[in-house]
Design a protein around this ligand. Sequence first.
Ligand code: NAD
Ligand code: ZN
Length: 360
Amino acid sequence: MSYKNYPMVSRVVFGRGCFNQLGDIISPQRLNSTAPFIFLVDDVFKGNPDLTARVPLAYNDQLIYISADHEPKTSQIDELVEQIILTHKDRPSGIIGIGGGTVLDIAKAVSIMLTNEGEAKDYQGWDLVKTPAIYHVGIPTISGTGAEVSRTTVLTGPSKKLGINSDYTPFDQVILDPELTFGVPKDQWFYTGMDCYIHCVESLNGTFLNAFSQSYGEKAFELCKEIFLTNTLTEKESQDKLMMASWHGGMSIAYSQVGVAHAMSYGLSYVLGTKHGIGNCIVFDHLEEFYPEGVKLFKEMKTKHNIQLPLGICSQLSEDEINTMIDVALGLEPLWENAIGKNWKQSITRERLKELYQKM
Ligand code: NAD
Ligand code: ZN
């Protein structure tokens, strides 16, 4: 038995307003005046001086707005890297991602591809990255995915949706400022928050569970119940706690694995482009047989926050499309093994997945 030797984020700052420390934090990392910092910022902040005026631009630093309308693609990473190389004489001093899971993952992938040859798709998988990434900083503006703490950056490539999982993927620095989550729309708050909740349920009910994962998973699970099911928290407390739940949920799956909802949600995303948070919710709503307690609480949360999930998203799909979804889901073997156990292939058949997808 060999245990994972897991790299973690080297530095983290937490606190309301700590985003103001960004300039001081990154300036010692500046290599020279022609090696810029590149700020990748969610374009939802375009024209919002509360955030953009506080981005500490100096010398040749560049701010690039990124749309989070679609999940990151390997081709998008390659284009960004090329744009950065063509614009600047020197390799950047660092990449700073400011946004949700989409922008955080793009920042991680760009920082890797600036030092590694070839295309981003060549690195989808486990431990394929050979050269350390350039300095990269993650600043979440919405809480739940755990992308700020994880060892992966999830990308859709020409043939698969799969992360670049490597020791060089985690951020060198994370800035956790719950004030930045202020403007998140209610539905999106719920979907991304439920990503965290589902990470906990899948980790805590998986066969890979161990004391390391459990200690983080239980904490995040308790925080989610407090945030989504009680009326005891102020808005600020709720923002602070969800940011920490996301972190702990990410730490929990780091040392275990996700499960059925994630496997099936990857299928939806690959064929329909359904985004991660809402896709997980759509799937999880139908998973009582796998996670009875977790799904019961999820339905209570949904009702309490008056969330209407889309219905019938698979009803118009062709046989081929359903088959592709099933292929993508079944391809995620570690997730099924975690959820069901070593003999998962005996109970998880194509027919069973088809029936489940057809309910969604
Ligand atoms: P997201 O980044 O796609 O953002 C969702 C929406 O919220 C976007 O419209 C965005 O513009 C908006 N938004 C973000 N911050 C806001 C703010 N402060 N105010 C107003 N609007 C704001 O959503 P997400 O759920 O955080 O991330 C999903 C992505 O994360 C997927 O691509 C998924 O694959 C990835 N993911 C990665 C990991 C990992 O470990 N690397 C884990 C889970 C999910
Ligand atoms: Zn997730």
